[in-house]
Design a protein around this ligand. Structure first.
Ligand code: ZN
Length: 255
């Protein structure tokens, strides 16, 4: 088993919900619109005995006509065509930007042509109804009736007997999280219910969550169980501490 964090860098996001690249060496946070948050974006590739998994797909930025997530995968020796499963926690634009790209004729194509995409159907319907600025429908509308999409309809279930998903309705109404059984124990991807290591250690209710109290309670529950059982946590919005292995008594971010 191999875990590859695919960092896309740091961004500021203001009230307009537009992500702008932020370079800590060059940019000043107070030059950005007031109330801007600094966030990091980082999908994960998990190379498993049975699959090459991708967990969420990033912002979908392109450089020189190539998706950043393709560039990052190739730098780790993985071709986009090698990915066999894409697991989507939810469809907010910082998670679903890289699901597709526009070909030369302007038609949307799935960015991972040989993968099956696992998407919660109720999240898709909700995202399509809600639209911009939280969602960029244009980027994931290709899912509709696409043969490579496997729609998840239930509140919880398993995929191929080694991946479990559960709808939490915490960060967003139909957000789901994943547990992946591996030869090195359980890998847990909490998406935006559990986006950063430090959030596992501090009890707080975030304003940007659909149900902030539930997020807080779930984080605490997962952290306790994951420490006891040695889960490996993957943090989508934490470039400094992307992968943390739970162990009893782990309380401070490991440097
Ligand atoms: Zn996010």
């Amino acid at each position: 088993m191999r875990i590859i964090p695919l960092s896309e860098g740091s961004f500021t996001i203001g009230k307009d919900k537009i992500f702008q690249p932020f370079d800590a060496e060059r940019d000043e946070l107070d030059q950005r619109s007031s109330g801007s948050l600094l966030v990091e974006v980082q999908p994960f590739c998990v190379v498993h005995d049975r699959d090459v998994l991708l967990l969420d797909t990033g912002l979908g930025f392109s450089q020189q006509g190539q998706l950043q997530i393709h560039t990052n995968l190739q730098a780790a020796g993985i071709n986009p065509g090698d990915v066999t499963k894409v697991l989507m926690s939810h469809l907010h634009k910082d998670h679903a930007g890289g699901v597709s790209f526009k070909d030369r004729l302007g038609n949307a194509q799935l960015a991972f042509p040989n993968a099956t995409y696992f998407v919660q159907r109720r999240e898709y319907d909700y995202a399509e109804d809600t639209g911009y600025p939280s969602f960029i429908v244009d980027e994931f509308e290709v899912f509709d009736r696409h043969p490579r999409v496997f729609w998840l309809h239930d509140d919880a279930g398993t995929i191929d007997n080694y991946i479990r998903y559960e709808v939490t309705s915490a960060h967003s109404p139909w957000h789901q999280v994943f547990w992946i059984e591996t030869d090195e124990g359980m890998v847990f991807f909490g998406g935006d219910d559990a986006p950063q290591y430090k959030q596992m250690l501090n009890r707080f209710v975030a304003k940007y969550d659909f149900d902030g109290r539930k997020c807080m309670e779930l984080r605490q529950q997962w952290w306790e169980q994951g420490q006891a059982e040695g889960w490996t946590f993957l943090f989508y919005h934490d470039i400094a501490q992307p992968v943390v292995k739970g162990q009893p008594g782990l309380v401070a971010p490991v440097q």
